[in-house]
Design a protein around this ligand. Sequence first.
Ligand code: ZN
Length: 237
Amino acid sequence: MPGEISSDSALVLFSGGQDSTTCLAWALERFARVETLGFDYGQRHVVELGQRAGLREGLMAMKPAWRERLGEDHTIDLAALGQISQTALTRETEIALDASGLPNTFVPGRNLIFLTFAAALAYRRGLRHIVGGMCETDFSGYPDCRDDTVKAMQVALNLGMGKSFVLHTPLMFIDKAATWALARDLGGEALVDLVRRETHTCYLGERGELHEWGHGCGECPACVLRAQGWRRHAGGL
Ligand code: ZN
């Protein structure tokens, strides 16, 4: 029946970064059918999107159950978001903090838009659970990553679409070191290594050499956060 929702199915917001790859593994452990969604909005780190297919392959090779559960991959073109936002992610400007303390990489309301498109796709695909890597802990000043915002979105989406979607944010209250530990719990050393080698985090879109924490410029805020998290995680082993 069109519009029918399968309760054991999920859609994962999957950018190809460390956080969303860990979220995808988390979903593959829990749900019988898992589909993935990426957004292309002209971001400077579009290289991230290019990593997605290889990461999906890597995850499928890791566990037979994951291979069975991982379904279709979707990409939605949100070029309009890039047009509105005029941020450092899409223009050749330096990443810096603005007067309010927000990084100028901030795309206002980006996650509200992502979640709305995700829910519309989940509706069409009959998927009940929506999984995203939003996180309050490494708070960069993004109000749309807050737990309250995501909870409010769940209410709004269910009212507006007449469904009972469940929004999951497994990383909401953990830091980057704990995100590495979660990857290890879910898929052992093999998953940690896949995330380290194949995910992309750098705002500048640099791959460059492989550092112990992965690829990237090593200097932008995203690289610094990732490297610090890796060191805390590695130090705590
Ligand atoms: Zn970087």
